[in-house]
Design a protein around this ligand. Sequence first.
Ligand code: F3S
Length: 398
Amino acid sequence: MLNGNLGPGVRKAMEIVVALGRIFGARRLVKVESVQVAGVSYRNLGEAGLEFLNEWANQGARVRVPTTLNPAGIDLRAWREMGFSESFAHSQQAVVEAYRRFGIRPTCTCTPYLVGNAPGVGEHLAWAESSAVSYANSVLGARTNREGGPSALAAAITGRTAAYGLHLDENRRATLLVDVRCPVRATSDFGALGYLVGKAARNRVPYFVGLEVVGHGLPVPLLKALGAAMAASGAVALYHVAGVTPEADLPGILSPDHETLIVDDLRPAYDALNSDAHQIDLVWFGCPHAGMAEMAEVARLLAGRQVKAALWITTARETRERAKAEGLVGAIEASGGRVVADMCAVVAPMQELPFRALATPSAKGATYIPSHAGLAVRYGTVERCVEAAVSGVWPGNL
Ligand code: F3S
């Protein structure tokens, strides 16, 4: 590959993989089972990024392992009725098309593990998208570093990545014991906990004790919320939860020289993530992209009521199809909400729409929306966000 025997596109990819290996002192490469590529929104990529992709594809580069794609900036089908511009939509479609030329599945979701790219324990991956990386490492027990857009694509084209960081046993040991001493129940509580731990983590791997575990685990939406929040506030790519995650009970997984963080109050996270916005014009669920249970919960809470604010649930196109077949999309739309596929509000051209204040139960969304989308944020439970959608204002205590 490096000699160019498989063409210039493959050589370029291997040069990137090898360069990263040298920088991080890797001794060898490992084969990857799958790749998740990020850097899809035209808003972040721009014309230069699109040209770079097309040139690379023109050189004959194709992926050699199953590869999925992160969210784009718009719903690729419903963008017009949502109010996004024709020019952005055109450029965004061109980006997705460029990725398709590499042989990538245009899943446009940050939850590839919900649409068929679900790796097993110990599998090596090269995933970009911080929340998916966290989920793959922590909940599924697979092994991936936080790749960037080009490095993930290079790994997909070569089928390999450099063995450093979280591919190695020694870097998967927990170095921060998180002793949870307050109730953590709602999805937004898990996000709040993740926000606080991410802030304190400073490159350490957290090990949680004290979470109320139901049966043998914690529901997927809660683990998604916890990991996404830590990834956003502190670039945490791996965590363990006693009695829940697959590596938590391995001997020696908690490093003997670990430090301890006690969390006995989630209030500081709710305070940090909330503005004082009163009027709410957009309520956003599905960050990370919603699964069936999350959609069912919103549909149940709406229960035939009409929303005053816009209500979006972002999800994978495939998940949307399933939800549609089960009547969930119809139920949410009957209330005036929208089940949006392919996109994420953080990477969307939100300045094209008339919104000023957004409510969400996602700590990752609440972290990024003010700086990336320029909207004021309200952060709270799913129940509270549904009430905000129905009334158009942020409700008092619920
Ligand atoms: Fe996914 Fe966007 Fe949230 S990529 S995790 S929906 S910020």
